[in-house]
Design a protein. Structure first.
Length: 223
């Protein structure tokens, strides 16, 4: 990568990081191009030249956030199959509370706007694609029933992760309880489909986190 390309990429990453901070502070819809340019130390025309417009910048910011989560999961566990799926769940349950203001802002936007401009689809597609890889590896390892469609199952698991995160955003699940709720949900959904050592591991996970999963409080609305 030449110097000009590297500098351009570094500038884009700085803008996306600032966009995420502004989303956390102001909410998705309240972010303006002028304020983003000011905080990113660039001009408004530069923002348009690099991304094309506000929606494209904010979509890129959301995509990079979920991309980072997937990347963190891959770095945290080089294993395959069930370990890959559980690794993603572990990262999501750890990093979501760490970026609480940003995550809650996105969840609030997802839940309050009928057309969220593809944001929810970005999150779902990222999660589904990564989970599917793990499920396909489980099948090759004979740790998942051969008749299972990995794509369909991955979509349902990604939906479960999204629903659980929504519950956390509405304060129905505590930061400490998020991990248990996510792992229990994944374990319960996969347990009847898993085979061999994966089935034994999922049985352990479900038993270990059942108590945490039962501690869902009545919804108080978004924080």
């Amino acid at each position: 990568m030449d110097l000009v390309t590297r500098q351009r990429e570094e500038r884009k990453q700085r803008i996306l990081a600032e966009a995420r901070r502004l989303i956390a502070q102001r909410g998705y819809e309240a972010v303006t191009m002028r304020k983003l340019a000011e905080k990113s130390l660039v001009s408004v025309p530069t923002l348009y030249n690099l991304f094309g417009g506000k929606n494209k910048i904010l979509l890129a910011a959301v995509e990079s956030y979920f991309g980072n989560l997937v990347g963190e999961a891959k770095r945290a566990s080089a294993q395959t199959g069930l370990a890959r799926v559980i690794g993603l769940a572990e990262v999501l349950s750890r990093e979501t509370p760490r970026h609480a203001a940003y995550a809650r802002s996105l969840m609030s936007f997802f839940g309050s706007v009928s057309d969220a401009g593809g944001l929810h689809e970005i999150a779902a597609d990222r999660l589904t694609a990564e989970i599917r890889v793990g499920l396909e590896q489980m099948q090759r390892q004979r740790q998942l029933a051969a008749w299972v469609d990995p794509g369909a199952l991955a979509a349902r698991l990604a939906s479960l992760l999204s629903i659980t995160t929504f519950e956390w955003a509405r304060n129905r699940i505590s930061d400490a309880g998020l991990r248990g709720a996510i792992l229990y949900g994944i374990g319960a959904m996969l347990l009847g489909l898993a085979r061999g050592t994966a089935a034994a591991e999922l049985d352990r996970i479900v038993r270990e986190h059942q108590a945490a999963a039962s501690e869902v409080r009545p919804s108080d609305g978004f924080a």
